[in-house]
Design a binder for this molecule. Structure first.
Ligand SMILES: [Zn+2]
Ligand SMILES: [Zn+2]
Length: 203
């Protein structure tokens, strides 16, 4: 529990629970499911019979290093916007943990690492070629039937659409001072860029 290393006492850099986001594999699903549970309870109050929407997850990169990859990410993003569905875009250039996540997912299916990658309802749809093909045949529309709708003009207030926010624990500097120990340690709340996923728009 006490990630900063000190025992009890005053902890100046403790995060508000709502701003805490752990990137450790063991904590990540707990945080996500807790959020989902709260979200669902809210939904259930309004619409008791509404089925749970299928998550649309798109792994991308915002790095322009490989022109083809960058163009493919933009193309798939544009196709999905046309369907007006909510997309949980995961930019791997913002967070090494997201890169490892999609690498593991592809490796488990015996596929080479490539971006973008689309998942609908936990099922791997594939990369840009697959998405384009499914779109042309009309199958993509069917796959997206159960997805939550979202206005393509929606921009998250909390992160401005970046889907990451500077870590509140360390201010994005990745270092926190532990008063009890009188030393500076690496912040355990954020990723290698001093960022945490925006809880307002990411599940
Ligand atoms: Zn956001
Ligand atoms: Zn931090």
């Amino acid at each position: 529990m006490d990630d900063c290393g000190g025992g009890g006492g005053k902890r100046p850099f403790q995060l508000a629970r709502s701003l805490t986001y752990h990137h450790h594999p063991g904590h990540r699903p707990a945080a996500a499911s807790r959020w989902r549970r709260q979200h669902q309870q809210h939904q259930l109050a309004d619409e008791p019979r509404a089925p749970r929407p299928q998550a649309v997850v798109l792994y991308t990169t915002s790095l322009r290093g490989v022109r083809r990859t960058f163009a493919d990410c933009a193309a798939v993003r544009a196709i999905l916007r046309g369907f007006r569905v909510a997309v949980d875009e995961r930019d791997v250039s913002m967070d090494a943990a997201l890169r490892r996540e999609v690498q593991a997912l592809l490796a488990a299916r015996g596929r080479a690492f490539a971006l973008p990658q689309l998942l609908i309802g936990g099922r791997l749809v594939g990369g840009a070629d697959e998405v384009r093909q499914l779109n042309e045949t009309g199958q993509l529309r069917r796959l997206l039937d159960g997805a939550a709708g979202q206005d393509p003009a929606f921009v998250c207030d909390a992160c401005g659409g970046v889907r990451f926010v500077p870590c509140a624990g360390c201010g994005g500097g990745r270092k926190v001072f532990v008063e009890e120990e009188g030393r500076v340690v690496r912040c355990v709340e954020c990723n290698e860029n001093g960022l945490v996923r925006c809880l307002n728009c990411c599940s």
